[in-house]
Design a protein around this ligand. Sequence first.
Ligand code: IPE
Ligand code: IPE
Ligand code: MG
Ligand code: MG
Length: 323
Amino acid sequence: LSNLNEIFQPIQDDLAEVEVIMHSSVQSQNPDLSAALERILAAGGKRIRPAISLLTAQILQGPMEKIHFLAASVEVLHSATLVHDDLIDNSLIRRGMQTLNAKWSPGATVLTGDYLFSCSARLAAETESTKVVRRFAETLSIIVNGEITQLFSGPCRLDREDYYQRIYAKTASLFETCSYCSALLSTEDRNTHEVFRTFGKEIGMAFQIVDDILDYTGDQVTLGKPIGSDLQQGLLTLPLQIYAERYPDKPFVKEIISGNCLDDRESIQALISDITKTEAIQESFQIAREFSNRGIQAIEGFPRSDALDSLIKIARFIVDREM
Ligand code: IPE
Ligand code: IPE
Ligand code: MG
Ligand code: MG
């Protein structure tokens, strides 16, 4: 995280302002709800998404006051999806703390997520840009469609195109929105809009690939969330896809290819530990690096500045991170 603090240097004051906006945006009439939302915000998180919006605007000399609302909006939207995601995944730890669903009923958890979506929508409206609000709605529908498809597509699928679509929907679409909406608010130049749209999308793909790798190789304490949970849920991510292509004859692979999910903890653990010993991990990193490099290439042509440097460093951090 110290690394990120350095990268965020050019936007330190803006990020502090975004925290203030987020806290005031989640005030509610119900004290239990307010306390829960305060806890969620106080648990932190890397704040990568708002940082991308802020740095984009700094590069393009955008209207910072509006960008603060945009940045708060994307982070609150992200938090809302996590509240729902942890309930759906039945996950009990996030950002090193107990999740809401560990303490509250599913109903109360869903409603808290809904409330956060409403806060996020209000913040998006503060930008006074119809285009931003439209993209905001579009992003939410892409995420929900992706999650529903994942829930209903049967337990296991081994298909690269399907995987890319899934990670675009769940993660890259929001990263795309962070930089694209910031560009929309900062300039009229369509070409610039597309450049930043590409940047966000490509590094968002890299971000989810690395999240999926860390679910195999990561440290639970550093990550602040459980590992090994994707396979347990029957979610076949890139490391497993590469492993299955390379080693079709290894134990469990035939079962997975034929569509059977592993349901006992021991076979899952054995498979995870075997995958982490192969080059499937490094190859997954390589693919993440390619996405991240395409993002960097998109913005490299802009005149050098601290903000541009930081945005490029975020793209690199995404593939080097351990949290
Ligand atoms: C976690 O996102 C959810 C994914 C899209 C993989 P982050 O890793 O950005 O979570 P925080 O905000 O830092 O906790
Ligand atoms: C989360 O993806 C995506 C959304 C929140 C929409 P993951 O399920 O991989 O995120 P983690 O690993 O729980 O943070
Ligand atoms: Mg999850
Ligand atoms: Mg994950």
